[in-house]
Write a protein that binds this ligand. Structure first.
Ligand SMILES: [Zn+2]
Length: 73
């Protein structure tokens, strides 16, 4: 077994599907990823409808409220 180069379905860039990843996916009976890691992460962050525990990076909404101070003279 050796590393396989795939082309990402989204960004069309080549990414390496390493031996370790192959074993990981095969072990769990997962389908071979069609996207690079970046695009997979993007998609995962994009929709959080399921498996919330799997995505530790929850985008925090910026609490900064734009201050609108009207200086009335
Ligand atoms: Zn990609």
């Amino acid at each position: 077994m050796s590393d396989i180069i795939y082309q990402c379905k989204d960004c069309k860039q080549n990414f390496t599907f390493t031996e370790g990843e192959q074993a990981y996916y095969r072990d769990r009976g997962l389908a071979i990823p069609k996207r690079c890691v970046n695009c997979r992460l993007k998609r995962r962050n994009g929709k959080q409808s399921f498996n919330v525990s799997e995505s530790p990076q929850i985008p925090k909404e910026d609490p900064k409220i734009p201050e609108k101070k009207k200086e009335e003279k």
